[in-house]
Design a protein. Structure first.
Lengths: 248, 608
């Protein structure tokens, strides 16, 4: 039996020659589009897993991390999240979302599952409407108790400015880690292939890194990214053309 | 008149700019099954509402902005289709672009946006779920596409709204003008820019939070969508596309295919491509990959110029077409200068392809002495002269002076005015400038240029079957890269599986082909009504007369035999006669009996 392997996009190299060959196949495919039987997948049944290296035991994904530079803004995480939680694709109900900064960078906005959980601390109800599931580390919302749009103390308390309101019920959209198997991480690993690799990762321990992540708001993250990638034009302004008036 | 059970809402948003009102235009499941959406639905509207000779600037001329049934679902589908009568060609044309707009229209609960009428003063409108708000655009008028886009975001206080705007070129009615979607994506080949400009419509913004696309059989649909996506993810073919975008094709087409257009199609051999192609971009320019909705191919590359005159220029560059038309076709030797030209076109809202074709044509005409600098208000274009080209682009966009007005009409009209044998190097098909693939080196591309509805469009399918498949992909609003080009012969099965699960239809793989042929034949009928026949399905004169002087396809030429073979193949496949006119039997077979009278009238009128 063939060993199930990680789609190790990080290690995979595409040389110039591979590229030419790849595109030549593609162009050839275009040429003979009626003749080819589709460009078959490399593996008959591609298996994607983020549960550790081959042969090792799957681990719990209690924390998520994001390599923000790798986000391409495809929003497959949003799609997977809303499909899992509501059964339909409706990104407005997703518990993770992508926002744009100055049109030039995409910033994934997500729950970092802070160890001290300021959102839970801020929740005014007794018992708390949002609670951490000790097994999965996900934050679970009790819709019956939650006060909804008129409260939103959790939203105010969130240091990462992550929590959004559900447009239908007004209650917070908060990440429960899909009961231990975050769909967003899976979708990201599948989707974001060569050359940069996935953005989202799931790990069993936070090591305090998640606490560092949380102190960055989406806007600050966007600013950082723009600065990192688009120096010297960190605002993403158009440099040409300057003249839109007639006559000079 | 059944309402759709899945895939569509059965509601098209109808905007009337004359009255500044909107209403729901119901669309039945039967119609959607026959015409799918996007391009197909646009063709259906034109067929049923327009009489022959419809003018692009008529008050009731529409622009149809369509997503397809698959948009906003787990399937890979993210294109938005713009359908309207093109002022450049005078025929119904369509253009597709990527980004997030299509799915956002679906999440707002609409199957498309149908825009008609003319506003009295500059206007834009915002669609937020069920509501439409008309807004004053007088402050945006005259602003570049990115500025208008930013102003819309500011006014809506929502960075996630999706916009489609025109630039100054569209406002001034330059025929090469396009619509720019979300700053970096362009729907160009329908020349929607001047139509919006004529309607005094700066653009629109869409935000959808309320709806999800209904699915009839979730398990079945998700499995089929999964199959389609899996091929994209695991297949090796697009590793290159993911890494290099289409910019990487520049070297490939130059070194291997011999079809990189150079200096107005004079040759395909351009060794300087190493300084303007994908490799140079990867070395010095590209910074990140950007993707459309739910797409694993992330083929758009963004970068920033670090040094020189254009320091700080953030751009999406080069795509194969933009790099070909505004790079090698103009003899550009420096990457940053080529990128600046591309970026200027995008900012002004000009089609890179038509604008590049216009500049190259004028450069050659100047070289051959057909025009003099005095004809262009003193401008003297030379191959590789960035500053002059930049100034020409500005004058086209603003229609400034005699030269601006002259150049803003596109190659076909300019060549007619110039005369002096300039039609020998006017590279147009049915009034539209050719894209960046030389059909002498890439012969199969001639299908797309000549047989496609738009004419001169590189994106209509290479081969007779591919023409049908592309019509279907554009109606489903899926990108050809992530659908037909990679699914190949299994496309019909994958698509019908998806549609059956999604919409509750009972389509067989054969029905895929029937639908595709119906859409193509309807568009052909619309073309025939305007007098198009096999005499127009021809490449520019140069392709039949001049051999390629150098490169891997040295001495290649597009022969009359090639032409005959292509015509017989296409017409036969679609059921059209030897002159490229759909036969009565064909119209009947696709349920278009009602239009046989019009067909015969057109045949009589144009003596076909």
């Amino acid at each position: 039996m063939e060993e199930k392997k990680l789609p190790d996009v990080l290690k995979k190299e595409t040389s110039r020659r591979d590229f030419l060959r790849g595109t030549a196949t593609a162009a050839g495919g275009a040429l003979a589009i009626s003749a080819i039987g589709g460009i078959a997948p490399k593996k008959a049944e591609a298996q994607y897993s983020v549960q550790g290296a081959p042969g090792t035991k799957p681990y719990a994904q209690k924390y998520r991390f994001a390599e923000r530079q790798n986000c391409t803004g495809c929003r497959s995480c949003e799609f997977a999240c809303s499909l899992f939680h509501t059964g339909t694709v409706r990104p407005a109900l997703s518990r993770i979302y992508i926002t744009k900064y100055k049109d030039i960078v995409d910033v994934p906005v997500m729950c970092w599952h802070c160890d001290d959980a300021p959102c839970i601390a801020a929740c005014p109800t007794t018992p708390k409407a949002i609670q951490k599931d000790p097994k999965t580390n996900g934050i679970v919302l009790n819709e019956k108790i939650c006060l909804g749009a008129k409260c939103m103390k959790c939203q105010e308390a969130c240091p990462a400015k992550y929590i959004r309101g559900n447009p239908d019920t007004g209650q917070p959209l908060i990440c429960d880690l899909c009961g231990g198997d975050p769909q967003c991480v899976k979708a990201c690993h599948e989707q974001a292939g060569n050359p940069q690799g996935p953005c989202l990762m799931g790990r069993p321990v936070g090591l305090g890194v998640n606490m560092a992540y949380r102190s960055v708001t989406p806007e600050q993250a966007g600013k950082d990214l723009a600065n990192l990638l688009f120096y010297p034009n960190v605002e993403g302004k158009r440099v040409v053309p300057a003249k839109t008036k007639k006559g000079r | 008149m059944a309402t759709p059970k899945g895939g569509n809402f059965g509601k098209v948003l109808e905007i009337d700019l004359s009255k500044l009102t909107y209403k729901t235009r119901p669309v039945s499941d039967e119609i959607l099954q026959q015409w799918i959406g996007g391009r197909g639905l646009g063709a259906y509207y034109a067929l049923t509402e327009y009489k022959a000779g419809k003018k692009p600037f008529d008050e009731d001329a529409f622009v149809f902005v369509g997503p397809g049934p698959l948009s906003g679902t787990m399937a890979v589908s993210h294109r938005t289709c713009f359908v309207n009568i093109s002022p450049l060609t005078g025929r119904l044309n369509h253009a597709e672009c990527g980004a997030q707009l299509a799915s956002e229209i679906k999440f707002a609960g609409w199957d498309g946006i149908y825009i008609k009428g003319k506003a009295k003063k500059p206007t834009w409108f915002a669609v937020v779920n069920d509501k439409v708000e008309f807004k004053d655009a007088s402050k945006m008028w005259g602003k570049t596409t990115d500025e208008a886009h930013e102003m819309m975001i500011k006014e809506m206080k929502d960075p996630e709204i999706r916009t489609a705007v025109i630039g100054p070129a569209g406002e001034n009615g330059a025929l090469q003008a396009n619509v720019i979607v979300e700053r970096f994506r362009a729907a160009s080949r329908s020349n929607t820019g001047p139509v919006f400009g004529d309607k005094k419509l700066k653009g629109f913004a869409v935000r959808g939070t309320k709806y999800a696309v209904p699915v009839v059989d979730n398990a079945k649909f998700l499995a089929a969508a999964r199959t389609g996506k899996e091929i994209n993810i695991a297949g090796e073919a697009w590793e290159g596309l993911k890494r290099w975008g289409t910019g990487g094709l520049m070297e490939l087409k130059h070194f291997l295919h011999g079809s990189l257009i150079t200096k107005n199609f004079q040759t395909t051999w351009y060794p300087e491509v190493v300084n303007i192609g994908g490799e140079e971009a990867a070395r010095t320019f590209w910074k990140r990959h950007s993707s459309c909705t739910n797409c694993p191919a992330h083929c758009l590359k963004l970068g920033v110029i670090r040094d020189g005159k254009y320091r700080g220029l953030v751009a999406e560059s080069p795509e194969y077409e933009s790099g070909g038309l505004l790079g090698s076709n103009l003899g550009m030797k420096k990457f940053d200068e080529m990128t600046a030209l591309i970026e200027a076109c995008d900012a002004y809202g000009l089609d890179n392809i038509s604008t590049g074709g216009t500049l190259a044509f004028l450069t050659e005409a100047m070289e051959k002495g057909a025009i003099k600098p005095a004809d262009l208000d003193g401008l003297k274009p030379k191959w590789g002269d960035c500053d002059t080209y930049m100034e020409m682009i500005r004058r086209i966009a603003l229609k400034e002076g005699k030269a601006g007005k002259f150049m803003a009409q596109g190659v076909a009209r300019m060549s007619k005015q110039i005369g002096k044998g300039s039609e020998a190097y006017a590279n147009v098909v049915k009034g539209r400038e050719l894209a960046a693939h030389d059909p002498r080196g890439d012969k199969i591309r001639a299908y797309s240029y000549t047989m496609g509805t738009n004419g001169g469009d590189h994106h209509e399918g290479q081969g007779s079957k591919a023409l049908a498949m592309t019509a279907m992909a554009d109606s489903l609003c899926s990108c050809t890269f992530t659908s037909i080009l990679i699914w190949g012969a299994s496309t019909d099965k994958i698509v019908t599986d998806m549609l059956n699960g999604l919409c509750g239809w009972n389509m067989k793989p054969e029905d895929y082909w029937t639908t595709a042929k119906r859409i193509m034949t309807a568009e052909r009928l619309l073309n025939v009504r305007e007098g198009i026949s096999s005499k127009d399905d021809r490449l520019p004169i140069r392709m039949y007369k001049e051999k390629l002087p150098a490169g891997p396809k040295k001495d290649a030429i597009f022969t009359e035999e090639d032409q005959k073979k292509m015509e017989a193949d296409t017409y036969g496949f679609f059921g059209w006669d030897a002159k490229g006119i759909p036969t009565e039997a064909t119209l009947k077979a696709y349920g278009m009996d009602a239009f046989i009278g019009e067909l015969n009238a057109a045949k009589k009128k144009y003596n076909l």
